[in-house]
Design a protein around this ligand. Structure first.
Ligand SMILES: [Zn+2]
Ligand SMILES: [Zn+2]
Length: 332
């Protein structure tokens, strides 16, 4: 079991992109650094740099960069791109951690993109590390026995993923960086294809993770499709743990994302926050967001802020509650 490194993540900058308008994805929140709350920066979608520049940034300034998230809210549109790539008939799911029936457990599927046939060992090793990290992080560790994790070895013709959506790198899901003018935003060509393939091989998943075979930092979290895409970077598992906090815990960001919403760990009700009964326990309080002091969070250190690999007590409790709810809804 991997011991959690308690060292704070050196996340200095934070970008969160939240789309709340259906069909046309309007960028409503764009935070480029801790002190910048400039609305002109927050709506800038024209920031495109070359792949060469991106590599320089990746290798130097952004060793431990920010989370990149993509919250569709009520968006239920379908893809404009249709893909009919078929999974090879011999692809079966791998049981990574199976502790019970899928109908009675949380089910997480992990797939790869940009891994060639000869690189599947590398994918398998990443799956193992992600699983170990997740299952040694509270409260996922407390849910052991109630979480099933599967993977599948899907071969891509080309190794690595595209830098631009228009590039021709031939990978199974067509994952690419640089979507919507944000270089670190990675998306697959088709969410529907990911869903179809996942269902076909693994079955219905409560969360799907695509590991992209690229060491440049990038990713996205799509809450509607319950999908996380993440490249193979040093802090990838800390990011995955955070994103699963949204998907499996319905948690809000505890850093200022620019799109506030009442939730189990975010409120405007200073006197009676949802975590009132936990105040005083392990640092839990009612802390204003610096960028918008009319909103409050329960902690100044939490995986939902991104400055800790651990969740605060409020988020731990909420994750367990929501995961149990997901499970009990399956039984109905
Ligand atoms: Zn987040
Ligand atoms: Zn928290």
């Amino acid at each position: 079991m991997k011991k959690i490194n308690k060292k704070l993540l050196s996340i200095i900058a934070s970008i969160c992109i939240v789309t709340v308008v259906a069909v046309s994805f309007v960028v409503t929140g764009f935070k480029s650094d801790a002190s910048s709350n400039d609305s002109s920066k927050r709506t800038d979608t024209s920031h495109v740099i070359s792949e060469k520049d991106y590599n320089i940034i990746s290798n130097n300034e952004h060793k431990y960069p920010d989370f990149i998230e993509y919250d569709f809210g009520d968006y239920k549109g379908s893809d404009s791109v249709s893909i009919d790539t078929k999974v090879e008939s011999n692809v079966k799911k791998n049981n990574i951690l199976v502790d019970g029936k899928d109908s009675e457990n949380i089910v997480i599927g992990i797939l790869g993109d940009g891994f060639t046939k000869n690189e599947q060992d590398k994918f398998n090793e990443s799956v193992k590390q992600t699983t170990n990290y997740l299952m040694s992080t509270e409260p996922y560790s407390q849910m052991k026995g109630k979480i099933n994790i599967y993977s599948a070895n899907i071969n891509s013709k080309d190794s690595g993923v595209s830098y631009n959506p228009s590039d021709n790198r031939d990978t199974f899901f067509g994952t690419s960086f640089n979507h919507d003018g944000i270089q670190r935003r990675m998306k697959p060509k088709s969410y529907e294809q990911v869903k179809r393939v996942t269902n076909q091989i693994i079955g219905d998943c409560d969360a799907t993770i695509i590991l992209a075979n690229d060491t440049r930092y990038g990713g996205s979290a799509d809450l509607y499709h319950k999908l996380i895409i993440m490249s193979l970077t040093d802090n990838m598992n800390a990011v995955i743990v955070h994103e699963l906090g949204h998907i499996l815990g319905k948690l809000q960001d505890e850093y200022w994302s620019g799109a506030p919403s009442e939730g189990p760990n975010m409120t405007q009700d200073k006197d009676s926050p949802p975590w009132k009964d936990l105040i005083g326990k392990d640092g839990v309080g009612v802390y204003p967001y610096e960028e918008n002091p009319s909103w409050y969070r329960p902690s100044n250190e939490c995986a939902m802020i991104g400055n800790s690999e651990e969740f605060c007590p409020v988020c731990k409790r909420q994750l367990i509650k929501n995961m149990n709810e997901i499970i009990s809804n399956k039984k109905k």
